[in-house]
Every structure is written in C-alpha cells, then in structure tokens.
Design a protein. Structure first.
Length: 346
C-alpha cells in the first residue's frame, strides 16, 4: 500500500511538473539570448573574427543581444534573400537600423561598425533559418535558427556561453600555432630589388586562418607586422606580404592619405608595379609619405562570376636609399597596435 501511494504521489507530482514545464516554456517564449561578436588577446594582436557562437536555436518572438568584444570593428547584419552583399557598411542595409529592430526576412537589419563593449539587439518574430553576416569581414558568418515556440530548443544559454568561450580559445590558440610558420616565410623580393646582389628583408603583414563550423565560418587574425622592426643597409629592400585570408592591411609611412585603398607616395615618389605584380616604391628621405594601399591575400574565385584579375596586390616592397629611422603603421589597425620600424644603416 505504502509503495502504491508513494507511486501515486510521484505520478501526481510528475503530472504537475510536466504542466509547470509546459507553462514555464510558454513564459520563456519571449526570452532574450546573449552572444558575442569578436574577441581578442590582451595585447589585441590576436583577433577572433567570429560570431561566438555562430549557430543559435531560439523561438519565434525571442531576441538576441550581441556584445562586441574586440578592438577590431564588426557588424551584426541580416540581409534579405537575394540582396547583394554590400562592399561596406555605408552601402549596407540602408544604412543602419537601431538596436532592438525586428528581422523576419522581409527587410534587412544591420548595426553600425561596433567594437569593444557595445551591444546590438535583434528580435526574431517569425520562424525561419537566417544567416548572420558581418559587413566588414566577408568570411565571418553564422546561422540563427528560429523555431516555432511549440518546438523544443536543443540548447540553453549556459551551453552557448561555454561554446563561445571554447570557440574563442580554439581560434586564439591556432594563432599561436601558425605564427611560427609566418616567421619563416621566404622573401622573393631579391629578384626585383634595386641593385644586383642586394639583400631583401621580409616582413609578414598579418596572418590568419579560416575555420568552418556547421553553421558558418570563423577565423583568427594575427593583426601584427611579424618581425616588423627590421634593420637594413641603404640600397636594400624590405618586402611586406599579407598571409591573412580574411583581413587586408596597409604599410603606411608618414601621413595616412584620404584614399586608404589605393597606393600613393609623395612628394617626388611613385609606387610602381614589379613584373610579378607586387607594388614597389623607392624612398629617398624620411619625410616622404608612402602608402601601400590595401595589401591582401589573393581572393578566391566565386562560382558563377567571371575570372577576375590577380588582385588585390599581395606584396609591397620599398627600396630605401638613405640612412634613417622610418616608423610605419597599418592605416586600418594602428588602433590595435599594428606598427613597425625600418632602420636604415649607411
Ligand atoms: Cu591592418
């Protein structure tokens, strides 16, 4: 008897619990979820270029608040199906929608370029699978699965918090592993340097790697000139090469020009193109402004699009004729500490 009544009490409790869970599920239907955008090492050299996590399952009516965690800028953007991925934020989803906007697939939603400590919230009123993109980094995207409120969700907030932490750690550790490789890349600038028999120093202008998840892509970037302080003799050449599949950089001496995308050199100085397509300037004094323009690893071809030229330039060379100290920065990532110095000895 006793066993039976205990069993019965247990059954009543289970029924009550089930009813409570159904009820509390309904209450939770308007839940706000939290996720992060980007991440970095303490010195900002290593950047996680990623939505963390990059795949989230929520209910229709829920919202997600993204907190930006890096000194490098990103956007949270949802484009409509068929909309052209714009070149930058100013041409984006006309141009910015306020935090707290709703996205149901019918018109796009986008934050501004945001960074460290800023947040952006999107509400998802309608079930569907939506791609989240960053307008600054084409290879940074993920998926938000918005389910009918009657369907169960596979994960809770604690799971996503842990996953975001693990993905960030994995990306930043990859950066350590690959730095060694970048430090040993060979220079081919000797072939095109100013005088026969001269020596060329090679600098890696950033490096990175893309990782795929089921829901999207994430990458890490080492936002540094690796071995960026070099000492040469007058007449020798320094060659900068970008090994990052995602992020472009510049090599900029003196004043940052208005047009950061195209190369420039002034006064009395020109940037020419070497036979192998690399850009090359000859610098005669420390007062000259030299700007490489955008230097990036070669872009992939996209199916359905015509074969493009071999662009943008992937290497930049400067032949220094005059002794002196020549500091330089990346015009895009100076704020993250991406700089270096060329010391030219007699
Ligand atoms: Cu840069």
């Amino acid at each position: 008897m006793k066993i039976r009544s205990t069993f019965r009490a247990g059954f009543v409790f289970a029924a009550w619990l089930a009813a409570f869970l159904v009820l509390s599920n309904r209450v939770q239907a308007q839940q706000n979820w939290n996720a992060t955008v980007g991440g970095q090492s303490a010195d900002m050299a290593k950047q996680a270029v990623a939505f963390l996590p990059d795949e989230i399952w929520i209910h229709a009516g829920d919202s997600i608040t993204w907190t930006f965690n890096s000194g490098d800028i990103h956007t949270v953007t949802f484009l409509t199906t068929g909309q052209i991925y714009p070149f930058d934020q100013s041409q984006g989803c006309p141009p910015i929608t306020p935090s707290g906007s709703s996205f149901d697939g019918s018109s796009c939603v986008s934050s501004a370029d945001l960074m460290l400590g800023q947040t952006y919230q999107v509400i998802f009123p309608k079930a569907g699978n939506y791609e989240i993109v960053c307008l600054v980094h084409a290879q940074m995207f993920g998926t938000i699965h918005v389910l009918d409120p009657n369907l169960p969700l596979p994960y809770n907030q604690a799971f996503y918090d842990e996953q975001a932490k693990e993905q960030l750690k994995a990306l930043l550790e990859d950066a350590d592993r690959h730095q060694h490789h970048a430090e040993h890349q060979h220079s081919i600038g000797d072939m095109f340097s100013a005088r026969v028999g001269s020596h060329t120093k090679s600098v890696t202008a950033g490096m990175g790697e893309i990782a795929a998840t089921a829901g999207g892509q994430q990458s890490f970037s080492m936002v540094r000139f690796i071995n960026g302080t070099v000492t040469i003799h007058a007449g020798e050449t320094v060659e900068w090469t970008n090994l990052d599949p995602e992020i472009g950089h510049t090599i900029t001496f003196g004043t940052v020009p208005q047009d950061v995308i195209d190369p420039s050199c002034s006064p009395n100085c020109v940037v020419r193109t070497d036979p192998d397509g690399a850009l090359h300037a000859t610098v005669n004094n420390t007062e000259q402004n030299v700007h490489s323009g955008l230097i990036a690893a070669l872009l992939e071809d996209e199916p359905g699009f015509p074969q493009g030229p071999v662009a943008p330039p992937t290497r930049f060379r400067i032949t220094f004729t005059t002794p002196g100290v020549y500091p330089y920065v990346c015009a895009f990532h100076d704020n993250l500490g991406m700089d270096g110095t060329v010391v030219v000895l007699p």
